[in-house]
Design a protein around this ligand. Sequence first.
Ligand code: DHB
Ligand code: FE
Length: 277
Amino acid sequence: MARIIGGLTSSHVPAIGGAIAKGLQQQPYWKPFFDGFLPVHRWLDEVKPDVAVVFYNDHGLNFFLDKMPTFAVGAAAEYRNADEGWGLPTLPPFRGEPDLSWHLIEHLVEQEFDITTCQEMLVDHAFALPLKLFWPEGVPVATVPIAINTVQFPLPSARRCFALGKAVGDAIRSWDSDQRVVVIGTGGLSHQLDGQRAGFINKPFDQAFMRSLVDDPEWATRFSIHELVEKAGTQGVELLMWLATRAAVGGRVRQVHANYHIPISNTAAGMMALEAL
Ligand code: DHB
Ligand code: FE
């Protein structure tokens, strides 16, 4: 059966794509952010995952406000990156793993998750940039995207996203394959791009959330969506992707590395690498 080797989480601020394209990784503004990934590159070289299951939120590229699935799972042989309006150079297509996609879809529906199945799926900065950050030399893993709606209300609760993650983890572990799977969650941490609180960042909350992912993974499920928006900002609610990732990994974890840096654009930028024990 397939094995989950761990979980990776990262912010996905679009400006990262511009910084990579312009080679700004060593500039004082960007260095504390990009340096956070170096220990994770070494860990990935050691553990060598074959497949990445990626929880992310689409920002109006593959889904728009007229059709917005709460949960959507990709089932394509390839996922093309496109730019929904930031002016970012696109990255090469990502390889899919349809056998795992369909296994996940069958398991999730059987577990009563009413998901949308996507045999074609464009992926935006939230999918592409974290993969580029984890594998700057080229993405060696096959991928399965899972989109969670965090852009148009009503959003799925933290408890529901945790349950989804747990079901995804169970499905991966029951996949008849000897492949090694890493689960990735992108977005967050605290940020708010619009309204009176634009620029809002909440460092104590972010740090408590990051700590909880190591040894109290269900901690964030106590909060309603409105409480999460209040604490983390309208877009900071993307931390739901981190929560689903941690739920999928399950059990106990070792923190390989974590980084937290304020600000990147309007966002408190965080990343974590957690090894399954
Ligand atoms: C920013 C952050 C995001 O998560 C996003 O999707 C778009 C923009 C930002 O901080 O600029
Ligand atoms: Fe975002």
